[in-house]
Design a protein around this ligand. Structure first.
Ligand SMILES: [Zn+2]
Length: 130
């Protein structure tokens, strides 16, 4: 995924005629946003698992613990949902993408924050992605 993006953006810098803002828009729409949305959907439909006996639950037990006394955990991690959020924001802010793209990502970010709580925005070099 990251490699795919890097290659695409590398290609852009080679082909001068290509509108890099347009490629940034496509990468954000086709990869990042699609991926984030897909993982959010999976998160809302996920199962829960006991760390001790591996018993699976459609819904976490009200007691918060497994019938064996083990700890219940999510099967879809927050990390899998948020991992493309910052790179998507970076791309959107550094390329002249249409305003609705940036708004779309910021709305998605707010939605994620409403589920997981707010996290300090990580400072990441754009070079990591391009
Ligand atoms: Zn258990």
């Amino acid at each position: 995924m990251k490699e795919k993006v890097e290659k695409q953006m590398e290609l852009v810098s080679k082909i001068r005629a290509t509108d890099s803002a347009d490629v940034a828009r496509l990468v954000i729409e086709r990869h990042f946003i699609r991926d984030i949305r897909g993982n959010l959907r999976k998160f809302s439909q996920q199962e829960f698992r006991c760390t001790s006996c591996n018993e699976k639950y459609r819904r976490p037990p009200l007691s918060g613990i497994c019938k064996c006394g083990g700890k219940i955990i999510f099967t879809i991690s927050e990390g899998s949902i948020v991992k493309y959020l910052e790179p998507a924001l970076l791309l959107a802010r550094n390329f002249d993408v249409p305003p609705y793209i940036l708004q779309n990502i910021e709305l998605t970010k707010r939605y994620i924050e409403s589920i997981f709580g707010r996290e300090k925005e990580k400072q990441e070099a754009l070079g990591k992605w391009i």
